[in-house]
Ligand binder design. Structure first.
Ligand code: AVJ
Length: 329
């Protein structure tokens, strides 16, 4: 027990260190089109801002996905089967998963993975209280890099990866395919992937979702610069950058950028980075899929689409993919 009286939580820690963060930031800012990796949005404040995006009216993803889960949970539980080891990529604040934890039969263990250690510890503490008999094995990691999975006490019937929220949309097409291949390896033959995939839709709806009226998405985007200032002792003048997000129908993705409002120079770790007025730093892509596009990508990664659940407006899908062993080229 620690002084607060909490049971000590043992966490598998692969959190990317400061050196890794600095190296990735610098290599992105040296490119002709400057960019920063979106996974670094999620420090403690960024994770909190993301929660606020999720409760905004414009950002339809969480409520649409939540409603799909609520409506079809029985069918999902039936397909996943009993004695599952559930592994979640990017558990965030943890609220979305409870519906599965409540309903899955003879759940063997739950492995939440997140890049934000503080949030992961909070989620683990809450879940251990709410589900005292469930084995919770938290892993702090950048799941696009290397990490090892903890081994649960009980054997499982199958491993299922849960990857909600359309976070797969943050990957460019080739990395997305490689990432699905990695997941196929993690869940093994016969294992499954329950994934949230955002669908192509009216660009105006997408535009609003990434340009909310309260400016929370803008604050979320700008927080990345504040984080770099704080953790890497850089000197971004955040007031001279503006949030810019748009949907590109040809690429099928929303792009988020930070646009420099004047000619300026940034200093990070002995490097000088010049920005001209109007130049942007690309901070995130959010790809939107058609069902057949996603099915094709899944098939080239070793997954067969077993079931698709969609909301009435056809804005979002939750899909259950099964690793069948083979891939199509
Ligand atoms: C959590 C990665 C799915 O891309 O829609 C929300 C993050 N960015 N608003 C997304 C995000 C701007 C979100 N994902």
């Amino acid at each position: 027990m620690n002084p607060k009286g909490d049971k000590q939580i043992w966490l598998h820690d692969f959190e990317p260190g400061r050196d890794r963060f600095r190296a990735e930031v610098l290599s992105g800012l040296r490119k002709p089109q400057k960019e920063l990796p979106s996974k670094y949005f999620y420090d403690e404040h960024g994770s909190c801002l993301f929660e606020r995006i999720c409760s905004s009216d414009e950002y339809y993803i969480p409520r649409t996905e939540g409603a799909i889960m609520e409506t079809h949970i029985e069918e999902m539980v039936e397909l996943l089967g009993p004695s599952v080891l559930l592994i979640e990529y990017g558990c965030g604040s943890g609220g979305k998963t409870r519906i599965l934890l409540d309903r899955l039969r003879k759940l063997v263990a739950y492995v939440p993975i997140d890049i934000c250690r503080k949030q992961l510890l909070r989620v683990t503490r809450e879940l251990t209280l709410a589900y005292p008999r469930l084995e919770v094995l938290p892993v702090c990691a950048d799941y696009t890099g290397g990490f090892e999975l903890p081994v649960p006490k009980q054997p499982s019937e199958r491993q299922v990866v849960y990857f909600p929220g359309s976070t797969i949309g943050n990957f460019d097409p080739i990395p997305a395919k490689l990432f699905l291949e990695h997941i196929a390896g993690v869940c093994g033959q016969g294992g499954g992937l329950l994934i949230g995939v955002d669908l192509k839709k009216d660009p105006a709806v997408l535009h609003r979702a990434y340009n909310d009226g309260q400016g929370v998405t803008a604050a979320f985007n700008l927080n990345l610069l504040e984080r770099i200032n704080r953790e890497l002792k850089a000197d971004f003048q955040v007031q001279w950058f503006e949030h810019y997000a748009f949907y590109d129908p040809r690429q099928g993705r929303v792009e988020m950028h930070l646009v420099s409002q004047k000619d300026q120079t940034i200093h990070i770790a002995n490097e000088t980075i010049p920005l001209v007025k109007g130049e942007s730093i690309w901070t995130e892509s959010s790809y939107k899929y058609n069902l057949d596009e996603f099915e094709h990508m899944a098939a080239t990664s070793g997954f067969k689409v077993e079931h698709i659940w969609i909301d009435e407006q056809q804005w979002f899908s939750v899909q259950y993919l099964v690793n069948t062993g083979g891939t199509i080229p």
